[in-house]
Write a protein that binds this ligand. Structure first.
Ligand code: 5AD
Ligand code: SF4
Length: 467
C-alpha cells in the first residue's frame, strides 16, 4: 500500500473522476481513486459537486478526443461561474499526447498527468495550490502500480477489472497506444493473484484480466497460460475473463486451459482489424488472412462452443473496394459473436501518419463502416437465433436497463440475457433457458439457481442443448 507522506486530512477535498475509453482506463481510474483516498480526499457524486475533477482520457480516435475537449470546456465554464477554486486535471492518453499544450495554449486545465505518473498526483496537486505548472507525463519501463490496491467505486460489485500489464510494443501502424501508454511491461503474478484473492473475499464473482495484448504477458518466465491457471484456482466459483489477445501469439496450451477449466470463460476477443493480407501488412499486423483463419479454426476445434469477437478498422490508407470486400468476407467466414467496428482515424506520430496518406474520403469510410455494421448485425442475429432452446449458466449482474422487474446477466460466452427476477440476487448464478433473441440480447426463463460446479456436473459441455 502507498503511505501518505503527511497528514493531509486538513486539506481534504472532494474529487470526481470521469473516465473515457477502454477498460484499461477504467482500471486506471480505480488506481487514482486509491491514491486520492489514501491522501484523505473523498469521492464526490458529480463533477459539479467536486473540488477536483479528473478526466481520464482516450486518444485512440479523433472523436474520442473531441468529446473530452467538449467536457473540458464545460468544466471550465463551471469554474468561471461560482466555483472559482475548482481544479481540473487531464489524466491518461490525451495527457501524454498533448502535454503542456493543455496548460499553455488552451488554459482549460490545471494539471496534466500521463498514465505512468499517477503516484505523483499528490505532489502535482500541491504544485497547483502553489500556482505552479503541474505536468508529469514521464513514461516508465517498470511502473505497474502492483502495490496499489484499486478502489472500485463504480461497477456492479460482481465483476471487476484487474490490470495485468501496461503499455504495448506492437506498434500497429495505425495505433497511438504505444506512444501514449509506453513500453510493454508485466505486473508480478503474485500481486495479480493477491488482488484476485482479495476480490474473491469481497464476493466478486468475475474478474477480467486486462492488457493491450495479454498473450505476451511474461513475469520472469511466468506465461499468460500459467497466470490463467493460477487465477482460475483462486476460487472455482469465480469466472475469469481476459482481454485483449493479439492473433500473432495464441498457443495451444492456452486454448486447452480455457477449454479445460470450467471457470475460465469460453470467449475470446481476437481483433482481426482487416480481412486483407496486404492491408494487414501495411497495418503492421504480423499475420495473413489465411493464418488468422487457421487460428480461428484451431480455437473452435480446441474450445467447442467458444464465442469470438473482433475489432475492425475500415477505410485504412489506400484500402480498395476489393480489400474492403475481403474484410466483409472474413466477417462472413468467421461469423463473430460480437464486433467493435471503427472508421480509420489518423493519429499523429504513428507510422501510418508518417508514411501513408489518409486518402479514403469520409463518405466512403462511412459507407464501408455501415456495410460492415449491417453484416455484423445480420450475423449476430443469426448467431443469437441458434441460442434459443439452449440452457446457459448466467451470472446475475443487476436489474435490466429496460425493466426494473427483470434482471440481466451474461453467459460464459459473454452474451447478455434478460430474465424474470424470481428469488435471484446480484452475484447469483442461474441456469437460464433461452426463449427469444435480438441481435444484441437474449431473453430466457430461469430454471433454477446454480453454480459453476453444479452446472458443469450436469453437462459435459458448458452449454446444454434441449430438444
Ligand atoms: N483509427 C480507428 N480505429 C483504431 N483503433 C486503434 N487505432 C485506431 C485508429 N487510428 C481500433 C483498433 C483497436 C481498437 C482498440 O481501436 O481496432 O483494436
Ligand atoms: Fe494498438 Fe496494436 Fe498495441 Fe492494440 S496491439 S494497443 S492496436 S499497437
Amino acid at each position: 500500500m502507498i503511505t501518505p507522506e503527511k497528514d493531509n486530512t486538513l486539506d481534504s477535498k472532494t474529487y470526481f473522476i470521469e473516465t473515457y475509453g477502454c477498460q484499461m482506463n477504467f482500471a486506471d481510474s480505480e488506481i487514482v481513486n486509491s491514491i486520492m483516498i489514501e491522501q484523505g480526499h473523498k469521492a464526490a457524486d458529480t463533477p459539479e459537486n467536486a473540488d477536483i475533477i479528473f478526466v481520464n482520457t482516450c486518444s485512440i480516435r479523433d472523436n474520442a478526443e473531441r468529446r473530452v475537449w467538449d467536457r473540458l470546456k464545460y468544466f471550465r465554464s463551471l469554474r468561471t461561474r461560482k466555483q472559482q477554486n475548482k481544479t481540473v486535471g487531464v489524466l491518461g492518453c490525451m495527457a501524454e499526447r498533448i502535454r503542456e499544450k493543455f496548460l499553455d495554449e488552451e488554459k482549460l486545465v490545471d494539471l496534466v498527468v500521463g498514465p505512468d505518473a499517477y503516484r505523483d498526483i499528490p505532489n502535482l496537486l500541491e504544485q497547483v495550490e502553489d500556482g505552479r505548472k503541474a505536468v508529469n507525463v514521464l513514461l516508465s519501463l517498470e511502473e505497474t502500480y502492483a502495490d496499489i490496491a484499486p478502489v472500485r467505486t463504480t461497477g456492479n460489485g460482481v465483476s471487476a477489472f484487474v490490470s495485468i500489464m501496461r503499455g504495448c510494443d506492437n506498434m500497429c501502424s495505425f495505433c497511438v497506444v504505444p506512444f501514449t501508454r509506453g513500453r510493454e511491461r508485466s505486473r508480478s503474478a503474485d500481486s495479480i493473484i493477491s488482488e484476485i484473492t482479495a476480490l474473491s473475499e469481497q464476493n466478486y464473482k468475475e474478474v477480467t484480466l486486462l492488457g493491450q495484448n495479454v498473450n505476451s504477458y511474461n513475469d520472469n518466465g511466468t506465461t499468460f497460460a500459467q497466470l490463467m491457471y493460477r487465477a482460475c484456482q483462486v476460487n472455482p466459483e469465480m469466472r475469469i475473463r481476459f482481454s485483449t489477445s493479439h492473433p500473432k501469439d495464441f498457443p495451444d496450451e492456452l486454448l486447452s486451459i480455457i477449454n479445460e477449466q470450467p471457470n475460465i470463460c469460453n470467449y475470446i476477443h481476437i481483433p482481426a482489424q482487416s480481412g486483407n493480407s496486404e492491408l494487414l501488412k501495411k497495418m503492421r499486423r504480423p499475420y495473413t488472412r489465411e493464418e488468422y483463419l487457421v487460428l480461428i479454426d484451431r480455437m473452435r476445434e480446441l474450445i467447442p462452443g467458444v464465442a469470438l469477437s473482433t475489432d475492425i478498422i475500415t477505410g485504412f490508407c489506400g484500402e480498395t473496394e476489393d480489400q474492403h470486400r475481403d474484410t466483409l468476407s472474413l466477417m462472413e467466414t468467421v461469423n463473430y459473436d460480437l464486433a467493435y467496428m471503427f472508421a480509420y482515424s489518423e493519429r499523429e506520430r504513428t507510422l501510418a501518419h508518417r508514411k501513408y496518406e489518409d486518402d479514403i474520403p469520409e463518405e466512403v469510410k462511412k459507407r464501408r463502416l455501415s456495410e460492415i455494421i449491417d453484416l455484423q448485425m445480420k450475423n449476430q442475429e443469426a448467431q443469437n437465433a441458434k441460442e434459443v432452446g439452449k440452457t446457459h449458466l448466467v451470472l446475475v449482474e443487476g436489474p435490466s436497463k429496460r425493466d426494473e422487474n427483470q434482471l440481466c446477466g451474461r453467459t460464459d460466452t459473454n452474451k447478455m440475457v434478460v430474465f424474470d427476477r424470481k428469488d435471484l440476487e446480484r452475484g447469483d448464478y442461474a441456469a437460464v433457458r433461452i426463449t427469444s433473441h435480438t441481435a444484441a440480447t437474449l431473453k430466457g426463463d430461469v430454471l433454477h439457481k446454480s453454480s459453476i460446479q453444479e452446472f458443469q456436473q450436469h453437462s459435459a459441455a458448458p452449454v446444454l442443448q434441449h430438444a
